[in-house]
Write a protein of this length. Structure first.
Length: 559
């Protein structure tokens, strides 16, 4: 009850934003979903909003436009959904991939005091010069060129002063809405809207903490300090806080098209090769990879050197995930369908309702479609999309870091083939995969795995007798309890509750009418219009309650 009241207090506090969100959803034709979630029953918002005119267009385009209009949190939600192509239809995933995060910049009059407050110094004491107009402005931050006191050119990434507050409010609204969707729209429950919002909360928390991005840059620089084909921009720690990030300004060429690189005296084929090897090193050796290697996040320096920028979206592969990833690669090379199923089971990402026999057949069919092809003939992005479709059909829940891995691989393969139509990313990956498999199958690694298995077995055997004894003791004493969780009864309970309230009110109205009638018949006490005042008052109250009850029943459309 306390949590419910807390939720309602938050909802009323953010009523203005609720109205904005609802207005935009209605504008783009999603009033039916709002109606099904019974939104107006929880918040004092006029139902007239639900009858507004809607913009025409395909549902995917309307969803993208609505998310763009709603701002940073909703744009980030769309980007997360676009990566979860196993959850949503392909046309929606493709449309969400086009989300544009471009907004008017915050005026310098607001940026200057904000930066000074963050750095604890006046702007003139931090920088020789600071360009008032940003060179890029997005919904979370904007980038200003500047020159440090010792003359180094930098880019100062400044978070929008109100970004955190807006995101915090939007996260509460999204969580409330996700819970309502799971409760009132059963067909959406399988997509785990609450889980998606929780994932979004973690992502936005990381991306609005620039110290997290600063740590990523330092790790990246350490991993590539001996690699001559990759350059990581210098981080200025003394000019960096959780909301202001200062980096060396990189002046290079964006690899949008091969002719642009050639005009700058660069070799597109070498650039594609260097970028691919850098990404493969990140994945197979470092376990830390740039999750969004599109042309806008890469600069090419003289000598075909790759200089990645924007380290906010990074993926991580820990030892456990890397081990399972290796097992999956081994299973694929051996056409071992059961091995792939085992990996999915160990990850705990197969839905209990999935038809495993049918899943086995479809995995085998997918692998057969690529069997016998040369590596250069395999389109990695297309293969990932087919795997995503399979995951969607069988409700496979994919961990976020594997989603980022798929995004990074697909994005870079597309970039590589844009720069060099003959570029074969999978062939580039072959030596890394071989080394990974050799490491996995080495005597030392197998010995380590065997020792770990023996240690875990010993721990289990040591605690098992005590646990069994405890269970038997509880059964003997009759203290063993079994917890049952009901699902899908919330609507029924709510309906019974409403029916009980109406019945109780009907009895009160009937009692008022009968009591007032008796008082009028007795004809005693103060009089009003020639009748006993108490009796008249009872009739009036009964009439008000009766009219209110009738209106409530008519509005609910449940006669």
């Amino acid at each position: 009850m306390e949590m419910s009241l807390l939720s309602m207090n938050r909802s009323y506090r953010h009523m203005k934003r609720y109205r904005q969100v609802i207005s935009v959803l209605v504008k783009y034709g999603f009033s039916e979903i709002l109606a099904r979630t019974n939104f107006w029953a929880r918040f004092p918002i006029s139902k007239k909003l639900l009858r507004g005119k809607s913009i025409e267009g395909s549902y995917a385009v309307r969803i993208r436009m609505a998310l763009e209009e709603l701002g940073p949190t909703f744009i980030k939600l769309g980007q997360i959904l676009s990566m979860r192509s196993f959850l949503i239809p392909p046309e929606l995933a493709q449309e969400l991939a086009r989300l544009q995060d471009e907004v008017p910049p915050v005026p310098f009059a607001q940026i200057k005091p904000f930066v000074e407050k963050e750095l604890g110094r006046e702007l003139g004491n931090c920088f020789q010069s600071f360009q008032e107009e940003p060179i890029a402005a997005a919904s979370i931050a904007q980038a200003h060129p500047a020159v440090t006191g010792d003359g180094q050119e930098v880019i100062v990434k400044v978070q929008r002063p109100t970004a955190r507050e807006i995101i915090a409010t939007d996260m509460e609204i999204l969580m409330e809405f996700a819970q309502l969707l799971e409760k009132y729209v059963p067909e959406i429950e399988q997509y785990d809207p609450v889980g998606i919002v929780e994932d979004l909360a973690k992502t936005t928390k990381r991306e609005t903490d620039f110290l997290n991005e600063a740590r990523n840059i330092e790790l990246f620089a350490r991993n590539f300090q001996e690699v001559e084909t990759v350059y990581v921009p210098k981080l200025f720690r003394d000019l960096t806080t959780s909301r202001v990030l200062t980096l060396e300004r990189i002046k290079g060429v964006k690899p949008y098209r091969p002719e642009v690189l050639r005009e700058a005296g660069l070799d597109p084929k070498v650039v594609a090769q260097n970028g691919g090897r850098a990404l493969l090193k990140q994945i197979f050796e470092d376990g830390l990879f740039h999750a969004d290697p599109h042309p806008g996040n890469l600069f090419i320096l003289p000598g075909n050197i790759i200089a990645p920028v924007d380290y906010g979206m990074m993926g991580r592969l820990d030892s456990h995930l890397m081990s399972l990833f290796t097992d999956a690669l081994i299973a694929v090379t051996r056409k071992d369908v059961e091995g792939i199923i085992r990996v999915l089971t160990q990850l705990g990402i197969t839905d209990e309702r999935a038809n495993l026999m049918s899943l086995r057949l479809d995995i085998a069919e997918l692998m057969d479609s690529y069997y016998g092809l040369r590596l250069g003939q395999i389109n990695l992005r297309q293969a990932i999309e087919r795997g995503s479709e399979l995951a969607r059909n069988y409700r496979v829940r994919v961990p976020s870091n594997l989603l980022l891995l798929g995004k990074a691989l697909g994005t870079y393969e597309e970039l590589g083939r844009t720069l060099d139509p003959e570029y074969d990313f999978i062939s580039e990956a072959r030596p890394y995969v071989r080394r990974l498999i050799r490491r996995r199958m080495s005597v030392g690694e197998l010995s380590r795995q065997a020792f770990k298995l023996l240690r875990d077995t010993y721990r289990l055997l040591r605690v098992l007798p005590g646990e069994l004894e405890l269970i038997v003791t509880r059964i003997r004493k009759g203290n063993l309890s079994v917890q049952l969780q009901h699902r899908g009864l919330d609507k029924l309970i709510a309906q019974i509750d409403r029916t009980g309230n109406r019945l109780s009110l009907s009895l009160v109205i009937a009692a008022l009418i009968v009591g007032s009638s008796l008082i009028v018949q007795i004809n005693r006490g103060p009089r009003l219009f020639g009748y006993p005042a108490v009796g008249i008052l009872g009739f009036v109250i009964a009439g008000i309650f009766g009219i209110w009850l009738i209106i409530t029943i008519l509005r609910s459309r449940n006669l």
